[in-house]
Design a protein around this ligand. Structure first.
Ligand SMILES: NC(=O)c1ccc[n+]([C@@H]2O[C@H](COP(=O)([O-])OP(=O)(O)OC[C@H]3O[C@@H](n4cnc5c(N)ncnc54)[C@H](O)[C@@H]3O)[C@@H](O)[C@H]2O)c1
Length: 334
């Protein structure tokens, strides 16, 4: 299979590229290295089936050619991470919304029959959800008063609408996974992701910085479990008549953990003597930060479609990251 990955030097993109190269597929990755890194793909570039282009995919002049060749396209390139999203709201719109439009329009012009995966996010659920586990058909509520994360959440919601529209009008075979807190090798803590930051702080003997009181709850999914389910979803047949085409599907792990307990878990598993330091949200992210207290996916739909059962426990993921960090420095954090 010919695979095209936008954002292919980022966290999820690198793991996907490794997965497909190991399966004998040909992978073309494009990335502007704004949050991805050459370090992530240093081993991949040794494979003859892997080709990397450093480019802003909004201006990339090979897009049509590569889209036309692709059997499967993962569209991951986006402005991500709390810090970047809050600091660069206009880039969020340019890259996430205009970029997705360019990709889908190009695929439509090529009459592409590729399986196209457009990455969405649990952020689309906004901040005012009342049910404990989030279902794809929940109504969504946004407040105009909300802070910096709303732009990202809405950009991902617009991506879903764009994907659905191109599916409906041009017959593109698009699936829309909503990712919930993915974690694993190649993730950096630099832009706000919590687990690599905690591990790096624990290994350095520095205090683990918990934002707020640490009672916020998250569900973390190992990237390798996530990739398996994406592969299955893509295979199910994403033709225009398919029940998955143009529909959002939660992809995540349902196990919940409070961030304070996550910090304690990382300290215990690293054997670190680090302490926990609480940092108020407005100090971490600036004023008007809209904290989300809980974010747990309902994965009934994913289970029904793919039989999804995660294989990696959070403890195993953390231990694996520690092993990789100690042996290869695969985990980066500023
Ligand atoms: N990691 C998570 O927990 C999570 C959760 C929900 C959704 N997502 C989505 O998954 C996708 C991948 O996220 P990730 O965690 O791997 O983040 P990431 O930052 O590691 O990956 C995004 C990649 O896109 C690249 N990129 C950004 N703008 C670009 C441009 N204009 N041209 C080319 N490349 C560009 C970045 O350099 C980076 O390598 C994103 O769309 C994100 O919104 C991730």
């Amino acid at each position: 299979m010919n695979i095209l990955i936008t954002g292919g030097a980022g966290f999820i993109g690198t793991n996907l590229a490794e997965f497909h190269i190991n399966r004998g597929d040909t992978v073309v990755a494009v990335d502007d290295l704004s949050t991805g890194s050459l370090n992530n793909i240093s081993e991949l570039v040794e494979h003859e089936g892997f080709t990397f282009f450093e480019a802003d995919f909004l201006k990339w002049n090979r897009l049509t050619e590569e889209v036309a060749k692709a059997d499967r396209i993962y569209h991951l390139a986006a402005v991500v991470g709390m810090f970047r999203v809050i600091q660069e709201p206009t880039t969020v719109i340019r890259v996430n919304v205009c970029g997705t439009e360019r990709l889908l329009e190009t695929a439509a012009n090529c009459k592409s029959k590729a399986q196209i995966i457009v990455a969405s996010s649990s952020s689309v659920y906004g901040h005012k959800h009342h049910s404990k586990d989030l279902r794809e058909d929940n109504d969504l509520t946004y407040s105009p008063e909300e802070g910096g994360l709303t732009g990202y959440a809405l950009s991902k919601l617009v991506n879903e609408v764009q994907a659905r529209a191109y599916c409906h009008e041009h017959g593109l075979r698009v699936i829309i996974p909503r990712f919930f807190n993915v974690v694993g090798p190649h993730q950096t803590g630099t832009y706000g992701f919590v687990i690599p930051r905690f591990i790096q702080q624990a290994l350095a003997g520095q205090p683990l910085t918990v934002f707020g009181d640490g009672n916020q709850i998250r569900s973390f999914c190992d990237v390798r479990d996530m990739i398996k389910s994406l592969d299955q979803l893509a295979k199910i047949g994403t033709g225009p008549d398919s029940s998955v085409c143009g529909k959002a599907i939660n992809v995540g792990n349902t196990r919940e953990i409070r961030i304070i307990d996550l910090a304690k878990m990382v300290i215990a598993r690293t054997g670190s003597s680090s302490e926990i330091m609480f940092v108020p949200f407005d100090e971490a992210y600036g004023e008007h930060f809209d904290q989300i207290t809980q974010r747990k996916p309902n994965v009934d739909k994913l289970k029904h479609l793919t039989g999804f059962t995660p294989e990696w426990t959070l403890e195993e993921t953390i231990d694996d990251l520690l092993k990789k960090n100690l042996t290869g420095g695969i985990l980066q954090c500023a």
